[in-house]
Design a protein around this ligand. Structure first.
Ligand code: HEC
Length: 88
């Protein structure tokens, strides 16, 4: 196999793993109190990506999870991509 292709595959599989981590993290910690309906409800309160990150952080604190800023950011980006679609 040509080296450039191999390098590309490695990069892609790393991305796939990162995406899996975020999904697993989210599924494990974030689905006990509320479902995805709070993200799509017409009464949802979050109106910007910043606010989304703050809320995700609040929810991790409520769980006594010790997520790094990166982890909060990744899950916020995941929710934004799936539900909120705020410009960033
Ligand atoms: C301990 C219970 C609990 C857990 C676990 C929890 N949340 Fe929440 N979350 C809440 C409550 C309560 C609200 C406010 C709900 C409402 O506005 O009806 C909320 C609201 C939110 C909102 C805002 C919804 C909106 O647009 O108004 C987001 C985003 C959110 N949670 C993300 C998360 C994420 C990400 C996780 C995993 C880290 C998580 N939550 C885990 C309790 C929880």
């Amino acid at each position: 196999m040509n080296l450039r292709l191999l390098a590309l595959l490695l990069v892609l599989s790393k991305f796939a793993n990162a995406a899996d981590d975020v999904t697993t993290r989210y599924q494990t910690s974030c689905t006990t109190c509320h479902g995805t309906d709070v993200y799509t409800s017409t009464k949802r309160r979050i109106t910007s990506f910043d606010a989304l990150e703050r809320q995700v952080n609040r929810c991790t604190l409520a769980l006594s999870l010790r997520w790094s800023n990166n982890e909060v950011h990744d899950v916020s980006a995941y929710l934004n991509q799936r539900f909120y679609h705020f410009p960033r």
